[in-house]
Design a binder for this molecule. Sequence first.
Ligand code: FMN
Length: 197
Amino acid sequence: MKVFIVYCHPSEDSFTREILRSFTKGIEDSGGEYVISDLYKMGFDPVMSEKQYLRDAFYKTEPEVEPDIIAEQQKIEDCDVIAFVYPVFWTEAPAMLVGWFDRVWSYGYAYGETKSMKVVDKALFLVSAGNPIERLEEFGLLDAMKKVMLGDRFNGRAKEKEFIVFDSTSRETGLRQIEWDAKLKKAYEAGRDLCSN
Ligand SMILES: Cc1cc2nc3c(=O)[nH]c(=O)nc-3n(C[C@H](O)[C@H](O)[C@H](O)COP(=O)(O)O)c2cc1C
């Protein structure tokens, strides 16, 4: 089982980084393989250029997309499962990850009559959120996040889809510390179960 992890967080000093560590340990312990695109560390450029806009919005396959995008698309082609690990920023993924979708989901690859993107076995989201789950559910925010990721970005692009939220991770309350170990165990198991099933 090969897992392609797209990781996006600006700081090493973060709970999300710990989620990534536990998740990858679970994959390793069950004999799986993974590659990571750590978007901040790579200095990934999330900004769509006019050149790519004119290509994608006009349904053209020329000119070829930039080499950094071809590299990301190749990682998708080489994996069985794609996993995203990130914190919720304003009920979305961090801007760098949103831009990753803008650019990597290019015309002719992710959409269009001649799209060539493989259908992955699974798209898995491991998402940390400062708010408690009740607050995220109150206004339908969690549902909105799931709909965007699973219903739009992975519509027809994954056989299975799962969205796991690690809630109450804000430094504002004591819950972050109290539930720390249990959450990391859950992240570990998500990696382990992915590759042992
Ligand atoms: C700019 C910014 C926006 C955020 N927006 C949200 C939000 O909309 N909903 C939420 O539940 N948490 C929000 N958070 C909290 C993050 O999700 C939180 O920092 C993270 O889950 C805690 O883990 P970390 O230590 O990895 O940053 C936000 C944090 C930042 C810095």
